[in-house]
Write a protein that binds this ligand. Structure first.
Ligand code: ZN
Length: 226
């Protein structure tokens, strides 16, 4: 891996020359997942960010022992390739460099407390190693990002199946919406929401996720720490 000059982080695996500056995430983008957590399906995208310090390509989630309910959320991750502001949805996919998978690790117990107090989710999702990202396949190899499937199994048992045609807000609309507010930069990542089936992680768990029937495979190990 080559090192970057800006972030100190390596290039995005599979997309040489791109390194991440911002990690944007959409919440509640699959109806069945919004409902499993008793949340309403939003009529506009629910967006949040995860800090760069939470990003990991090493495939190891470190779980502090004070978290009672650490959850996995498996998501399609979009890597932005070209800068843009006020991007039109018809042009949005031209700004994508590649597609990969990510695990948006969430301390659900902490998130519930923060939500109850109307506070930001940051601490629940922003801890070190809580943003796990796979290698990427170039956008040119993906004909339509709304026709992708991905799966996630935990210790060999299938837990999540994602069908991107079921997204409330398709990738192009997410990019168009977000870029009304922020300038998207090359290397920025967009976590596009998790399907239903989120659940608990424990020390020693092994996550295996696959995109496009194995064109991207992704293994992540969970380690409990004091
Ligand atoms: Zn998520």
């Amino acid at each position: 891996m080559t090192s970057s000059t800006f972030s100190g982080l390596p290039d995005l695996p599979g997309l040489p020359g791109l390194y991440t500056r911002n990690i944007y995430c959409i919440g509640r983008n699959f109806e069945a997942h919004a409902k499993e957590l008793n949340n309403p399906v939003p009529d506009r995208p629910v967006l949040f960010i995860k800090p760069l310090s939470s990003l990991s390509f090493d495939g190891i989630i470190l779980l502090p022992s004070f978290i009672r309910e650490p959850h996995y959320e498996t998501e399609l991750v979009v890597a932005i390739g070209t800068k843009g502001k006020n991007i039109q949805s018809g042009d949005a996919l031209n700004h994508v460099a590649g597609y990969g998978l990510g695990i948006d690790v969430t301390a659900r117990d902490i998130q519930h407390e923060l939500k109850k107090a109307s506070h930001p989710w940051f601490l629940a999702k922003g801890m070190d190693t809580f943003t796990q990202v796979s290698s990427f396949i170039p956008a040119g190899s993906v004909e339509d990002p709304q026709k992708l499937t991905f799966t996630m199994s935990l210790n060999g048992e299938k837990r999540q199946t994602g069908d991107t045609s079921l997204m409330v807000f398709p990738v192009a609309e997410q990019i168009a919406f977000l870029s009304r507010y922020v300038t998207l930069q090359p290397g920025d990542l967009l976590f596009t929401g998790t399907p239903k089936g989120v659940g608990l992680l424990r020390d020693g768990d092994l996550i295996r996720a696959e995109l496009m029937s194995g064109e991207v495979t992704f293994n992540v190990r969970v380690k409990g720490i004091i």
